[in-house]
Design a binder for this molecule. Structure first.
Ligand code: KPL
Length: 339
C-alpha cells in the first residue's frame, strides 16, 4: 500500500518498566520488537505467555482495552538477534556503559541508537561505545511500573522529546520519531541545540519528583497533594532550571515548577523509578540525577540547597538499607536491564 512504512526490527535493551512499555507500544504497531535483557522471570513469562500491559491512563495509545497481552520476542543474547534498525536503550543510568557494550551485536551500519533514560551522561557513554553519528537522545514523561514479572503498568502518558546527539544527522531523529509516532507515542523532535535543553527539562522533573517520591515512599500524585512535599518538588525543579539557564541550556518550559507538578499529576498513580528501585533494594539513579545537578551547580556557582539535601538523603538511604537480590541491567521498572 502506498505510504505504508516497512516493518522495522527494533531491539529494546532493558526490559524494565519503560523498556517493556515502549516495547509493547512498538509491538502493537506491528514492528518486530525484541526485548533484550539478561535471563530472569520477566523474560521467561513473556516468552511463554506474552507481556500483559495495563493501560492505566494510556488507553488511547493502547487501543482502549483494559489489559492487553502483547508478544514481543525476547532474547538474552544480542548475537542471536543480530543487527536491527533501531536499538532503544532503556537500562538504568549506572548500567549504560556495560549494557551498550553487551548489546554491540545489535548494531549494523545504519542502526540508530535511541536513549530514553533518566539523568545525565547516558548519551556520552553510549556514543563512546557505538561511535559518533548514530545516537538519538530522547526524554519521556510516560510513567510506568513493573509490579510483577510479565506485567507492565502504564501509569500516565506524557510527551516524549527526541533529537540528534552531537554529530548525528537530524534525519536520524526524524526517522526514529516516525517509528514512535506510528506506535501512537506523542513525539516532539528538536534540533541538536534543543537536545541538551530537553535533557535538562527532564532532569528538572526527575529532581522534583524522584527524590521526594523515594524518600516519602508515595506515588507521584501524592507529592502535589501535600503542601510541604509540593514545596520540595517546586524548589528542586526551580533549582535545576537555574543551573540549566546558567550553563546556556535553559529548560524548555517557562515555568519548570508547574511542569513538574503537571507530570506528577499526569503520572499520579505511578511510583517513580527511584522509589521502585528503593523498594526493590536496588541502586538508584541518584548520581545521574542529583549528583549531576550538584556537580554542575558547584562548577557554575549556582546555589541548589534542596537538590544538595535530596542528593545526600538518597545516598544515605542507599548506604543504610539492607541490600536485596541481583540487579540485572534494567532501567525504570524491575530487576534486570531496564531504565
Ligand atoms: O521519569 C520518571 C521516573 O519515574 O523516573 C517520571 C516521569 C517522574 C515518572 O514517574
Amino acid at each position: 500500500m502506498a505510504g505504508e512504512a516497512p516493518r522495522r526490527r527494533i531491539a529494546v535493551v532493558g526490559a524494565g518498566a519503560i523498556g517493556s512499555l515502549f516495547g509493547a507500544f512498538l509491538t502493537l504497531a506491528g514492528e518486530e520488537v525484541w526485548l533484550v535483557n539478561p535471563p530472569g522471570p520477566h523474560l521467561e513469562i513473556i516468552r511463554q505467555q506474552g507481556l500483559r500491559v495495563v493501560p492505566a491512563g494510556g488507553a488511547a495509545v493502547m487501543g482502549g482495552e483494559p489489559v492487553r497481552v502483547v508478544r514481543p520476542r525476547v532474547s538474552s543474547d544480542p548475537a542471536e538477534v543480530g543487527a536491527v534498525d533501531l536499538v532503544l536503550i532503556a537500562v538504568k543510568a549506572y548500567r549504560t556503559r556495560e549494557a551498550v557494550r553487551w548489546a554491540l551485536p545489535l548494531l549494523g551500519p545504519g542502526t540508530a541508537v535511541l536513549t530514553l533514560q533518566n539523568g545525565l551522561g547516558n548519551a556520552e557513554a553510549i556514543e563512546e561505545a557505538v561511535g559518533a553519528g548514530r545516537v538519538v537522545v530522547g526524554v519521556t514523561s510516560h510513567g510506568a511500573g513493573r509490579p510483577e514479572p510479565g506485567l507492565v503498568v502504564h501509569a500516565g502518558a506524557g510527551p516524549t522529546v527526541i533529537g540528534p546527539w552531537r554529530g548525528a544527522p537530524p534525519a536520524f531523529a526524524g526517522e526514529v520519531a516516525a517509528v514512535l509516532r506510528r506506535a501512537g507515542i506523542e513525539v516532539e523532535v528538536v534540533g541538536a541545540a534543543g537536545v541538551e535543553r530537553a535533557l535538562w527539562t527532564k532532569l528538572a522533573v526527575n529532581a522534583a519528583i524522584n527524590g521526594p517520591g523515594a524518600l516519602l515512599r508515595v506515588p507521584n500524585g501524592a507529592l502535589v497533594e501535600s503542601p510541604s512535599a509540593r514545596r520540595l518538588l517546586r524548589s528542586a525543579a526551580r533549582e535545576v532550571a537555574a543551573v540549566a539557564g546558567r550553563r546556556g541550556t535553559p529548560v524548555l518550559d517557562p515555568d519548570p515548577a508547574a511542569r513538574a507538578e503537571a507530570v506528577a499529576r499526569a503520572t499520579g498513580p505511578n511510583r517513580c523509578s527511584m522509589l521502585q528501585d528503593v523498594e526493590r533494594g536496588r541502586p538508584t539513579e541518584v548520581e545521574a540525577i542529583y549528583g549531576a545537578v550538584v556537580a554542575e551547580a558547584g562548577r557554575l556557582g549556582v546555589p541548589v540547597p534542596t537538590c544538595a539535601d535530596l542528593y545526600l538523603l538518597i545516598r544515605a538511604l542507599e548506604e543504610t538499607r539492607p541490600r536485596q537480590g541481583p540487579e540485572g541491567l534494567q532501567a525504570g521498572g524491575a530487576p534486570g536491564t531496564s531504565a
